[in-house]
Design a binder for this molecule. Structure first.
Ligand code: MG
Length: 165
């Protein structure tokens, strides 16, 4: 048997708005604004879900969880991530690692970083040392810098055993 490795990329962005909770990587972070969206608008979990689906060429989050469907309103995005994990498992994949970059002007995420990493690792059934998370500001430039939006980028690597070609 050979091991086949695959890597996927994911990206997400939501608007920052008053009266919304800021939930990143499944962790609620105290802040005066939160991310607006149909679900809980967790850009970290959305980008990561797309990276995992992309690695296996299984489509994207919008296809699996259409925002037009009312049942996903304010949904906990951990559901999306766990669904991606189960699709990968069904195809014989294991998750090797994931790495995430969050672009947000405020607040500082460092105090929450390890909690977010552990939360993601638990949703994926992997060790926390397989999940990387970095946060950057936009140095005040553009819509991220103006605190109008926040973005997340993710890559994930998966592997499975295959017959030699
Ligand atoms: Mg999204």
């Amino acid at each position: 048997m050979n091991l086949e490795f695959r890597t996927g990329i994911g990206y997400d962005s939501h608007r920052l708005a008053e009266g919304r909770k800021l939930i990143l990587g499944g962790v609620e972070i105290p802040f005066e604004k939160g991310l607006a969206g149909h679900s809980d608008a967790d850009i970290v979990l959305h980008a990561l879900t797309d990276a995992l689906l992309g690695a296996a060429a299984l489509g994207d989050i919008g296809e699996h969880f259409p925002p037009s469907e009312d049942r996903w309103r304010d949904a906990d995005s951990r559901l999306f991530l766990e669904h991606a994990r189960s699709l990968l498992q069904a195809d014989g994949y294991e998750i090797v690692n994931a790495d995430i970059v969050v672009l947000i002007q405020r607040p500082k995420l460092l105090p929450y970083r390890d909690q977010i990493r552990r939360n993601i690792a638990s949703a994926l059934g992997i060790e926390a040392d397989r999940v990387g998370l970095k946060a950057k500001t936009a140095e005040g430039v553009g819509p991220v810098g103006a605190e109008q939006t926040a973005e997340a980028h993710a890559v994930a690597t998966i592997c499975r055993e295959v017959q030699p070609r």
